[in-house]
Design a protein around this ligand. Structure first.
Ligand SMILES: [Zn+2]
Length: 200
């Protein structure tokens, strides 16, 4: 289970991620007020439609997510900048979050390309690192299949690994614990070792 949500506060880890992506950027909490026709994963088209209807414009930046004790994550995102200059979050959230943490990044605009989420581990642990690397590999495979107009066949096995790692991390497993395959070896020496080779 991949359980990210809006960070409860702007802690040093969240601040570091913001500094990495949008140096000097100011993050703020925005209330989620979805437009009636807005879709969960369609922030760019949602904002485009809203601007055509009501004026204002698209403001790109990063929406910040946190999986407590596991990782922080930034997703390339757009909010609506009203004609009065207010940032408004008009895109509904997958798990019904009522507020989001957003940092504008005026140097970026949406050009139709998929931008992978940026994830930073909150603990030095091979399971979390593997989860992040597999997630990145999925995004790359999706971008390739979109570019080459090919069915995303390579993605299914990666998603399986991602789900396996996600569930394991969620249940509290860490690199020095016995591998969930039941071999009796530590994850690091068992499937962690195999995955390390596969990812290399
Ligand atoms: Zn194993």
């Amino acid at each position: 289970m991949y359980t990210t949500t809006t960070p409860a506060r702007i802690d040093p880890c969240v601040s570091r991620l913001i500094e990495m992506l949008a140096p000097g950027g100011q993050a703020s909490y925005l209330a989620v007020r979805p437009e009636p026709d807005a879709t969960v994963n369609g922030c760019f088209s949602n904002v485009r439609a809203k601007s055509e209807r009501d004026g204002g414009r698209m403001l790109c930046g990063w929406q910040l997510w946190e999986w407590p004790q596991v990782l922080v994550e930034a997703e390339f995102h757009a909010v609506w900048l009203s004609p009065q200059g207010h940032m408004e979050e008009i895109t509904p959230k997958p798990h019904g979050e009522t507020s989001v943490l957003f940092v504008p990044d005026e140097r970026r605009s949406y050009d139709g390309q998929v931008v992978d989420n940026v994830r930073v581990a909150l603990h030095d642990d091979q399971l979390i690192e593997h989860f992040i690397r597999v997630s990145h590999a999925i995004a790359q495979a999706m971008a390739c299949s979109a570019r080459d107009h090919e069915p995303p066949e390579r993605i299914a096995p990666l998603r399986q690994v991602q789900r396996f790692l996600g569930r394991s991390i969620h249940s509290g497993l860490r690199e020095h614990d016995p591998c969930p395959c039941g071999s009796g070896s530590r994850y690091r020496r068992c499937h962690g070792h195999e995955l390390e080779r596969a990812l290399a």
